[in-house]
Design a protein around this ligand. Structure first.
Ligand code: HEC
Length: 176
């Protein structure tokens, strides 16, 4: 009987762990790429024509959401895709580097950074991982053996401003 209980306990722990792991997944939108394609014609490369602190004009998050939702380039975006784009727009408003994790291919994680001039570092605990930049707005990191994406932190720095993205919390920065 005792054994049965401990097996049940173990099973519950495994289910809990797998739920935790499966919630760590890439963002549903390549926000930086989509922005360049659908928004930059009016708002400039990397949002440079949007200006700074425009968030303050909006009393609440839902008002900012309404504006972004009403943009020509946002037609047909699913709610989670829109969330990712709104996060990017917040980073632009604050003048902070934006980070998003967009893909996993085996042990390779890929994502985006804006502005492209920002430097990108990655670490697991205190160990630094090598970061490749296939293009200025993209980063690529290889997971060390046995390490899950949730253990990875990505850090972008532009001038003195730094953004840290912990993949266990969210696949993109500026969630609020
Ligand atoms: C055809 C031109 C055009 C395109 C394309 C466009 N916008 Fe806009 N956008 C505007 C105009 C004009 C305004 C100002 C009018 C308004 O507030 O409704 C605006 C306002 C905004 C604002 C508010 C800025 C502020 O200062 O309050 C944000 C944020 C924004 N757009 C994001 C986006 C995003 C994200 C996309 C792509 C998905 C996009 N826009 C595509 C023309 C455009």
């Amino acid at each position: 009987m005792r054994k049965a209980i401990s097996v049940a306990g173990l099973l519950a722990a495994c289910v809990g762990a797998s739920v935790g792991v499966s919630s760590v997944r890439p963002a549903p939108l390549k926000a930086v790429e989509v922005y360049e394609r659908k928004c930059s014609s009016c708002h400039g490369k990397e949002g440079e024509l949007l200006g700074r602190n425009f968030e303050k004009k909006y009393a609440s998050d839902s008002e900012l959401r309404e504006v972004v939702e009403s943009m020509p380039g946002a037609i047909g975006m699913r709610p989670q895709e829109l969330d990712t784009m709104i996060a990017y727009v917040r980073a632009i408003s604050r003048g902070e580097p934006f980070l998003v994790w967009t893909e996993r291919k085996g042990d390779i994680l890929e994502g985006e950074v804006s502005p492209g001039r920002a430097t990108v570092r990655a670490q697991v605990g205190r160990t630094s991982l090598k970061v490749e930049r296939p293009t200025p707005n993209r980063w690529r990191v290889e997971l060390p053996k046995g390490i899950q994406p949730g253990a990875v932190e990505i850090i972008a720095q532009s001038g003195k401003v730094r953004t840290t993205l912990r993949l266990k919390d969210s696949p993109y920065s500026h969630t609020r």
